[in-house]
Ligand binder design. Structure first.
Ligand code: AMP
Ligand code: GLY
Length: 424
């Protein structure tokens, strides 16, 4: 099978590492990839949002399957583009239709979906400039803190949590009147604040059945003890200790099964990953968000814990035979720690030479924001490397990652030293 993977981050590095091990793979291409993905396949200079260019490449290189890593091509309708093109419609595409991707692309769509299928989530209201007044009244009826969400994709910056009611009202008004989030903020969701501990749950689905993948916990804040600004994610661990059998049973019955059934019932074309951003409120799961893709850096711990052939599983998705496929997981724990550029998530410099990559022997180093410069590897993004290790438990996995991180260096490198500590 010839496979084209779209994307260039740590998530795509982990997916390409895994796909490269498949017994049914012929050639793996990654577009555009990074300095690390070159070890597992061929990098291709191609913009995943340029669907015509993707089409040309797919046809010229006899691609059998396209795996979409990030959400943007999905929200823009790459799956529909493939289905409506006579030359492409038989190429398998892993990722939901534009309709299905709305679960991530529109917070109000996701909320309404959850209401229809009685999936536990925070109480909410959805407002536009025309209903600004009602929004302010709704906010006043809630207890602080106040959660405001831009409806559309906002590169992880669309959620604002404020303690002060007046400040929340002002911010809400500004988003709607000044269009601070552009198109994404034309609708704003106001939500009840849920207090609890978050985790990420993943499934693959062919639209009918599903397979649960290992769960993970992500560490979003830049600073230790979860202080400071939000990032794309600074590290992750899997499994999650509090996600015991009783809790996961609730997740399955109250969240996952109703979601997959809902997708089927509403005839939403969905062949891909569903990422459930959950919060555990006193032992009960609530959905904070859906994503239509895998998480990053969660993928860097989830994928390594899958023992079976990932490509076989994905083939099961595309042929709607997922229920016949077998998926096995490792009993080992996995941890990943992100090494980022100094300054991230604000402004940072690129082009720093990375040293010591070859000295790492006990961890998997998944490149995120890197590029090649002759024989050298240079930094090319905020999140630069995800260093993943296995262990008997999370503690041991983390220790291995931290030992490996000490061998790697680049100017102004930073990483959190407390990933997973809250679970140990
Ligand atoms: P989202 O982009 O929807 O995942 O939101 C980003 C982050 O905001 C989440 O990871 C949570 O930490 C926080 N958040 C979102 N919604 C709520 C809520 N209703 N209650 C508490 N925290 C929330
Ligand atoms: N790590 C969170 C995300 O991928 O959205």
């Amino acid at each position: 099978m010839n496979v084209l993977l779209l994307g260039s981050g740590g998530r795509e590095s982990a997916i390409s590492w895994k796909i490269a091990q498949s017994s049914i793979l012929d050639t793996l291409y990654i577009a555009p990839g990074n300095a690390g993905t070159k070890a597992w396949g061929k990098n291709v200079t191609l913009n995943p949002l340029d669907f015509d260019a993707v089409k040309k490449f797919v046809l010229e290189n006899r691609i059998d399957m396209v795996i979409v890593g990030p959400e943007e091509p999905l929200v823009l309708g790459i799956s529909d583009f493939f289905k409506s093109d006579s030359a492409l419609k038989n190429v398998a595409l892993i990722g939901p239709s534009k309709h299905g991707a709305q679960l991530e692309g529109s917070k109000s769509f996701a909320k309404e979906f959850m209401m229809r299928h009685k999936i536990p989530t925070a109480r909410y209201g959805s407002f536009t400039v025309e209903t600004l007044r009602e929004g302010i009244d709704f906010m006043s009826s809630l207890k602080p803190p106040y959660v405001l969400k831009a409806d559309g994709l906002a590169a992880g910056k669309g959620v604002i949590i404020l303690d002060d009611l007046n400040e929340a009202k002002e911010t809400f008004t500004r988003i709607l009147l000044d269009e601070t989030f552009g198109e994404a903020g034309k609708t704003v969701v106001i939500e009840q604040f849920l207090k609890g501990i978050e985790l990420s749950v993943f499934v693959v689905t062919d639209g009918i059945s599903f397979k649960l993948l290992p769960e993970a916990k992500d560490y979003k804040r830049i600073g230790e003890q979860d202080q400071g600004e939000n990032t794309g994610g600074m590290g992750a661990v899997s499994p999650v200790t509090f996600a015991d059998a009783g809790f996961m049973d609730k997740v399955l019955n109250q969240v996952v099964i109703p979601t997959v059934k809902g997708i089927h019932k509403e005839s939403i074309d969905y062949k891909g990953f569903i990422f459930f951003g959950l919060i555990n409120v006193k032992g009960d799961p609530f959905v904070i968000e859906y994503n239509c893709r895998m998480g990053d850096p969660e993928t860097e711990v989830v994928i390594p814990r899958i023992k079976s052939d990932l490509l076989d599983l994905l083939e099961g998705i595309s042929t709607q035979t997922l229920s016949e496929r077998d998926v096995q997981f490792s009993d080992l724990s996995a941890a990943t720690v992100m090494m980022v550029s100094g300054g991230y998530p604000r402004a940072y410099e690129k082009g720093k030479t990375i040293y010591g990559l070859n000295a790492v022997t006990d961890s998997l180093v998944f490149h995120a924001g890197t590029c090649s410069d002759g024989p050298q590897v240079k930094t090319d993004g905020g999140r630069v490397l995800a260093v993943t290790s296995f262990g008997r438990n999370i503690e041991q996995a983390l220790q291995r990652s931290y030992e490996s991180l000490e061998k790697i260096s680049f100017e102004k490198a930073y990483y959190r030293k407390d990933i997973g500590q809250d679970l140990i």
